[in-house]
Design a protein around this ligand. Structure first.
Ligand code: 9MR
Ligand code: ZN
Length: 579
């Protein structure tokens, strides 16, 4: 095997290749877009050196996001084989194969297994094995916020002060619940925290990937449950769902998160023995949990009706709490609980998703009415992130409820969805590398924008059959796998030039050179939230604002809810090659 190339600091080392490709290759009957940064004629030859096709007069244009001049073109239909594209004084190998994205899709799903808060056994995890972690008893966080001294208060910006005025939590029961062991769940990201909202959103992406593209989701992933008669993607999601089920408070609301009060240093999970706390509850976490559990009740019913009932009953109890607490009240981190925030001022999108799933699962009118109410407020139907989740509600309406959604939740929503998803394709057309990230949106976790837009384009093509939408979505998978301004695959373990140093504690602490495989990086971040990055990168173009080093969580962390939309996209294209 050729040496793995890695991220290259701009201006250092050899210049990046002028021809950019999907480093895992292309499928015979799907688009094969490549990018080139030098003008001229390009020639494709096959393994015997015979000329297959020429692409004359390719004329790159300036691309603001990357600062490159770049042109993209489709190589056209090709039989499986090895090819060489030559032009602009360079050549690059191109692979065409029947199942180019099969292995990476499986790896992206297995990536969740590696995030399990559990013992990872050698037979499943190989060199990435580790003993059980986070095995202590979790306590409810009950420390009151300390008063803010006047001189400190005077220095706090007004918008932040306003946030501090939000009461940090619902009134707690008089007595603290007994500390208890809460098992399982996925570590969220590069840290070991576990957060209900982001976890539920991740399950949403993955269960819809499975519902829509079962043939693309692989099986036989060598996880502990493999071979039990349940598809492995469902086995893996159940590990998170069982954790979510334990995160409900006695009154029906869900705790926002289960974390230690500080991020630990780069140590293995079993070495992180700090106290774990149940944070205050939040409405967003509660509604997300209700939605994911209601969806799970439908998905798992054929395999295990006891589990499906448990999911549904827990969801119904959570929904009852939500209806008794209709007012929006954003979560705020109590002082001292310094793990991830996942703050969100708006909870109607979460309630919308929850109502859609409950309606789809139970068929009861009250959920339809609730969903319609939240829908009427105007939803961002093409958003799939941890903060704005309306897209998951759209998935439910468009592909599960369908005609049962009626005039509003089907006809109107479909028309509105199709209109809004045009925008995703416009972003692609506006980008030199056909990347679905607007040039101003290279922020922390820009891969989420990219994959969320790809999901919207896939949903569009599933409804309309449009090939331009499908090609637009495929360009995002290509982006993740190296067709980008950095010539870099953002998925650990995959690609000729791949990230090696994600901000991921186990990968940094395990003493093994290769990072844990199947994890996608958050990607370029022009905001450069970490001040030291600015000194390193200076005024670099947005699409190149990236450093493949462990220190930079703001550009090179991994997260479960970045892997999951990537699974959705990869599973779709993998399923197209499975027929
Ligand atoms: O994904 C989150 C990103 O959108 C925010 O800008 C960022 C800063 O608040 O936080 C990200 O989430 C992190 C979380 O707070 C803690 N675990 C790691 C997450 C990924 O970086
Ligand atoms: Zn753990």
């Amino acid at each position: 095997m050729a040496d793995i190339l890695t991220w290259q600091e701009p201006g250092k080392g050899d210049p990046l290749p002028a021809i950019r490709v999907d480093q895992l290759g292309y499928a015979p009957k799907l688009p094969k877009e490549v990018a080139v940064t030098v003008a001229g004629d390009y020639v494709l030859t096959d393994a015997s050196g015979a000329e297959v096709r020429t692409y004359p007069n390719i004329a790159p244009k300036a691309d603001e996001a990357s600062g490159d001049t770049v042109a993209m073109f489709d190589l056209g239909d090709l039989a499986p084989g090895w090819y060489t594209l030559t032009g602009g004084g360079e050549s690059r190998e191109i692979t065409v194969s029947e199942r180019p994205w099969k292995d990476v899709t499986n790896a992206l799903i297995k990536g969740f297994y590696y995030q399990r808060c559990d013992e990872l056994k050698e037979e499943h995890a190989g060199v990435y094995k580790h003993p059980a972690c986070h095995t202590g008893l979790a306590e409810e966080w009950r420390k009151p916020d300390p008063p803010i001294p006047e001189d400190v208060r005077a220095q706090i910006p007004p918008h932040f002060l306003k946030m501090l005025e939000i009461p940090p939590e619902e009134p707690l029961g008089e007595e603290a619940p007994a500390p208890r062991r809460i098992k399982g769940g996925w570590h969220d990201a590069g840290d070991y925290g576990k957060y209900v909202g982001p976890g539920a959103v991740t399950v949403g992406h993955l269960l819809y990937a499975w519902k829509l593209f079962p043939k693309g989701c692989g099986d036989d992933l060598n996880i502990p449950e493999t071979g039990n008669g349940v598809p492995d993607i469902l086995n893996e999601n159940r590990f998170e769902l069982e954790w979510i089920l334990q995160m409900q408070r006695a009154d029906g609301a869900f705790y926002h998160k289960l974390t230690t009060d500080h991020f630990p240093p780069f140590i293995m999970p079993e070495e992180d023995t700090q106290q774990e706390y149940l944070s205050p509850i939040s409405r967003t976490a509660t509604a997300d949990a209700v939605a994911a559990l209601a969806l799970a009740a439908r998905v798992y019913r054929p395999y295990d009706s006891e589990f499906a009932d448990r999911c549904l009953n827990t969801a119904l109890f959570g929904w009852k709490w939500l209806t008794e607490h209709p007012e929006t009240r954003p979560y705020r981190n109590p002082f001292g609980l310094q793990s991830g925030f996942y703050g969100d001022n708006e909870d109607h999108d979460e309630r919308f998703w929850a109502a859609c799933e409950l309606y789809a699962t139970t068929g009861e009118e009250t959920y339809r009415e609730a969903a319609e109410g939240f829908y009427r407020e105007g939803r961002k139907l093409t958003q799939f992130g941890w903060a704005e989740v309306s897209g998951l509600g759209a998935l439910c309406c468009l592909f599960d409820l369908k005609e049962k959604g009626g005039e509003l939740l089907y006809d109107d929503l479909k028309a509105s969805f199709l209109r809004r998803s045009e925008w995703a394709l416009l972003v692609v057309k506006d980008s030199g590398y056909r990347t679905a990230i607007p040039k101003t949106e290279y922020i922390w976790g820009s891969i989420l924008t990219c994959m969320g837009n790809a999901m919207a384009m896939i949903m569009n093509t599933l409804i309309t059959g449009r090939e331009d939408m499908r090609a637009g979505a495929l360009a995002q998978l290509n982006y993740a796998l190296g067709l980008n301004a950095l010539d870099l695959s953002f998925v650990t373990g995959y690609g000729e030039r791949q990230i090696m140093f994600p901000h991921h504690r186990p990968s940094g602490a395990d003493g093994i050179d290769a990072p844990v495989p199947g994890l996608i990086s958050g990607g370029p971040n022009k905001k450069m939230n970490y001040p030291t990055v600015k000194d390193r990168l200076g005024d670099i173009p947005a699409a190149k604002s990236f450093i493949d080093e462990t220190d930079f969580a703001d550009m090179n962390e991994i997260a479960i809810y970045w892997n999951s939309p990537t699974v959705f996209v990869a599973a779709y294209f993998n399923s197209l090659t499975a027929e």
